[in-house]
Design a protein around this ligand. Structure first.
Ligand code: GTP
Length: 210
């Protein structure tokens, strides 16, 4: 959703999903990003938690980011179709200390692509987050595996992150928002082009009429 504010800002409201398996650090990532806080102990998310962050992107663009932190268990419960609707992008999180959560992240990405897409049929931008990197850094071999997975699965990129140590939290989110804004610009252009084509066709058919 986009519009012009009275102050001359273009305002955008984007819904961003934060998805991944149980305990990989989704809520921690959001809390670090929005409030710059970290907790060693957190209650398990039930259903979905919402947070909002307002970003002054540049001198004339303001982005309201609505973050949907979806409980890891929700994939099992199959309620994602409801949560994924009208989302503009996704942060797909796994825990570097728990290898099976990478498979989980790839499954989340498959589900996402099966349920939501851009107007032009392409997948919505998604970034893969290798979280808890304060515990073990992603080694070079794993880095090339992640590159490969990103290409195969259509992630726009990956970051090693730590919600605990505040590593790459802003950077990864900014990277995603940049892509969302680009997609938004492209779809506005496509709509304008389609409108012009329609107008041309209408004026052609009215001039040849009778
Ligand atoms: N070392 C380390 N621990 C983390 C990090 N991020 C989260 N944790 C810890 O991991 C545990 C789970 O974090 P949550 O943020 O609740 O995970 P979640 O993915 O939201 O979990 P669900 O709500 O069950 O889906 C907590 O004990 C956090 O303190 C991190 O970057 N590094």
């Amino acid at each position: 959703m986009s519009g012009d504010s009275e102050l001359g800002f273009t305002e955008h409201l984007f819904k961003v999903l934060v998805i991944g398996d149980h305990k990989v650090g989704k809520t921690s990532f959001v809390k670090r990003y929005v409030k710059n806080l970290f907790y060693e102990e957190l209650k398990t998310t039930i259903g979905v938690d919402f947070s909002m962050k307002v970003i002054d992107w540049d001198g004339h663009t303001r982005v309201r980011l609505q973050l949907w932190d979806i409980a890891g268990q929700e994939r099992v419960r199959g309620l994602n179709r409801v949560y994924f609707k009208r989302s503009s992008g996704a942060l797909v999180v796994y825990d570097v200390t728990n290898g099976s959560t990478l498979d989980g992240a790839l499954n989340w990405k498959d589900e996402l692509d099966g349920q939501v897409m851009l107007k032009n049929g392409r997948p919505i931008p998604a970034v893969l987050l290798a979280n808890k990197c304060d515990e073990t850094k992603v080694c070079r071999r794993n880095a090339s595996l992640l590159e490969k997975l990103c290409q195969e699965k259509g992630f726009i990129g990956w970051f090693q992150t730590s919600a605990k140590e505040n590593i790459n939290v802003d950077e990864a989110t900014k990277f995603l928002v940049k892509h969302i804004l680009q997609n938004n610009e492209e779809s506005v252009k496509e709509e304008e082009q389609n409108m012009q084509i329609n107008l041309k066709q209408q004026s052609k058919s009215s001039s040849t009429c009778c």
